[in-house]
Design a protein around this ligand. Sequence first.
Ligand SMILES: Nc1ncnc2c1ncn2[C@@H]1O[C@H](COP(=O)(O)OP(=O)(O)OP(=O)(O)O)[C@@H](O)[C@H]1O
Ligand SMILES: [Mg+2]
Length: 323
Amino acid sequence: MQNNDVVLSVNNLVKDFPLGQSAKSNMMRAVNDVTFELRKGEALAIVGESGSGKSTGARILTRIYDKTAGDVTFKGEPLDKYIEKNGELEYARQVQMIFQDPFGSLNPVHTIYHHIARPLLIHQRAEKEAIPQLVYELLDMVGLSPVKETAEKFPHELSGGQRQRVAIARAIAVSPEVILADEPISMLDVSVRLGILNLMADLKDKHGISFMYITHDIATARYFAEKTAVMYVGHMVEWGDSDNVTQNPQHPYSKLLLSAVPEVGKAGRRDLEVKKGDIPMWKPSSVGCPFATRCPNATEVCSQEMPATTQISEQHFVRCHHI
Ligand SMILES: Nc1ncnc2c1ncn2[C@@H]1O[C@H](COP(=O)(O)OP(=O)(O)OP(=O)(O)O)[C@@H](O)[C@H]1O
Ligand SMILES: [Mg+2]
């Protein structure tokens, strides 16, 4: 469903990668039939284990990868059309990315000042004379003070959490509509993770930035994001309001993820006995439910047909044959 608040939407997105070097190689399907919306000032958490296609989805949105099939819409227009009209640079300004490793994403030979001033210059966000003041304001906004001293430092002189704050300042410098945050806290010390999540929540609530928050950790998804989509082997298996998905999980895989979280795992832990089956490599020709090999409830139909979507409540959907 589209409404005016939808900033970015993805419909039936598919991404295949070749398994070998030659053009005739077999393909693997990293993302299959993924559909979601990012609304203004709202966060969507994409939760799933390694290899579930989370980063591939984000890379398609930042145009690092081409999609195999499906549609991406930005501000109500097909993405290609939007870019044709407004240019790649403008889209890149509006859809920023934050990565897992804040050290790797900063250049060790440049100061913090340089990192934040650069996008302001590239995207012509201010007159040259106004840039220092803007850099200081941005550092203050992300909680890095004293601002002048911080600006003069190099990335190695900051802690991991401080470096991630610099990466966030750089992303918001250009007033983006959307931030794609790919596991932004997973490499940080546990003690500073909450501070970064709270900073992102502030940017979402006060500045109306929409977030796609990629994580392995369903507990932080619920803490930070209004919406949650659980992915397994490239498929969305359950999605909707984070409270619905995490408090009343329906899919056995969501229950499995929640069972690993002591605080919110009560609902998931009940009767959970997941088989030690292999995680399948999905191919364009694969059939059935991707979780069938590990699912305690699997029956014949699960290995033969992809489950249709069942609506559990207004904002709660699941793909499982046994709901
Ligand atoms: N450039 C590529 N070429 C070939 N295969 C790729 C490429 N990028 C990703 N894949 C494959 O696509 C699948 C999904 O990868 P992706 O990186 O999107 O997973 P992820 O959910 O982000 O995992 P993680 O939690 O480990 O970051 C994996 O099987 C991966 O090997
Ligand atoms: Mg990833």
